[in-house]
Design a protein around this ligand. Structure first.
Ligand SMILES: Cc1cc2nc3c(=O)[nH]c(=O)nc-3n(C[C@H](O)[C@H](O)[C@H](O)COP(=O)(O)O)c2cc1C
Length: 379
């Protein structure tokens, strides 16, 4: 069957990955209420199309941090991206570079900052989780700076980790282990088993050689890292990061207008309206429902980026019409990566770009950056 949409890539990813790995990517926290709301609330927004407006020339480009991007898309930071495909971060970063889009490397990636820099030769963004050991945190920032990362994305919605019930039921560990309970499922996925589990070193590349990366016999590496995250982070840490980092700082995981105002006061250049893809606070509002009030609070002091639930170009167009400058995509590119590696990430971007282009034309609009709320009506 032809791959015509992101849902097709998702099904292909499901066929390629062992259940525990697919569900780690696909799932959310607790009852997944917020995960579902991210999609459902997009579906409750209706477009307000106009006709007979000459849409023969269309422009999907936007400006972000002084650069022109051909599409309003950024590849979101995904921890353990390399579980989907061997050296997954490098594959995704290469596609992003080829398409002129930013790739954001997660602190919790399989490939380290230096590996991605070396393999792609193109600038990328770095997402920071603050560890209790501030020496490690500072060195992550300095390493990102040395690798010429352009933007620091400071994720603020993970002072502690929300429970992902599916991961617990599946006995998901990092590195993944073949157990009596999952052996049958793993063996049915020989491609993944050979290329990813047996073919690469699955660890948190950025922590190799640091105390946070010491492999412990007592708990899985993922738990070890989670316990080393600093839940005492506060606005003071944003000022601290600001004093070290020279480029733009983006706070990812903002859901309230009050926090957007504080972000501006503490020196952030942008926020990402995000609920971590429904993986943290279950019961948090969908990202799209939180967006308009944050755009209003930000005014022209902050750029507002958006993520959560984008599976169609139409979704990205809705977010931009409601005031987002650009959209981060998480699972949409991860499904492509898992299904077909580099080609799958390219396919995911092509699918979304074509859908955005057609949507713009059918809306009677020609420039994505000129969209405003008049293109949307709430059902
Ligand atoms: C498997 C997975 C791992 C993630 N890891 C991180 C991470 O390490 N850091 C981070 O800031 N966000 C992380 N996120 C959240 C994404 O950056 C993004 O906010 C979310 O995926 C957007 O929702 P979407 O998947 O519906 O597009 C992760 C999301 C997924 C699905």
């Amino acid at each position: 069957m032809n791959t015509v949409n992101i849902a097709d890539l998702r099904r292909a990813a499901q066929r390629r990955l062992p259940r525990a790995i697919f569900e780690f990517i696909d799932g959310g926290s607790y009852d997944e209420v917020t995960l579902r709301a991210n999609r459902a609330d997009f579906e409750n927004l209706t477009f307000a199309p106009r006709v007979l407006r000459d849409v023969s020339k269309r422009d999907l480009s936007i400006e972000l941090f002084g650069e022109r991007l051909p599409l309003p898309l950024v590849l979101a930071p995904i921890g353990l991206c390399g579980l989907a495909a061997p050296r997954g971060e490098i594959l995704a970063a290469r596609v992003a570079a080829a398409r002129g889009l930013p790739f954001c490397l997660s602190t919790a990636a399989v490939c380290s900052i230096e590996e991605v820099a070396k393999a792609t030769g193109a600038p990328f963004w770095f997402q920071l989780y603050v560890m209790r050991d501030r020496g490690i945190t500072r060195s992550l920032i300095e390493r990102a700076q040395a690798a010429d990362c352009k933007v620091l994305v400071f994720t603020v919605d993970l002072p502690v980790t929300g429970q992902r019930d599916r991961d617990q039921h599946n006995g998901f560990t990092v590195p993944p282990k073949i157990t009596f309970a999952n052996a049958f499922d793993m063996l049915r996925r020989p491609g993944w088993l050979r290329e990813v589990l047996l073919g690469t070193r699955l660890t948190f590349g950025n922590f190799a050689g640091t105390s946070a990366g010491v492999e412990s016999n007592l708990m899985s590496l993922a738990q070890h890292i989670a316990r080393n995250m600093d839940s005492s982070i506060s606005w003071r840490d944003i000022e601290w990061a600001r004093s070290i980092w020279k480029g733009p700082i983006v706070l990812k995981g903002i859901l309230s207008p009050a926090d957007a105002r504080l972000a501006a006061e503490h020196g952030a250049d942008a926020v990402v309206v995000s609920n971590h893809g429904g993986r943290q606070l279950d019961g948090a509002p969908s990202s799209i429902s939180a967006l308009p009030a944050i755009v209003d609070a930000a005014g022209d002091r902050l750029s507002v980026l958006f993520d959560g639930g984008i599976r169609r170009g139409q979704d990205a167009v809705k977010a931009i019409a409601l005031g987002a400058r650009a959209c981060l995509i998480g699972r949409a590119f991860m499904y492509g990566l898992a299904a077909q590696g580099e080609a799958g990430v390219t396919r995911a971007i092509d699918i979304l770009a074509a859908e955005m282009d057609t949507t713009l034309a059918l809306l009677g609009r020609t420039s994505i950056s000129a969209l405003d709320r008049s293109s949307i009506q709430v059902r």
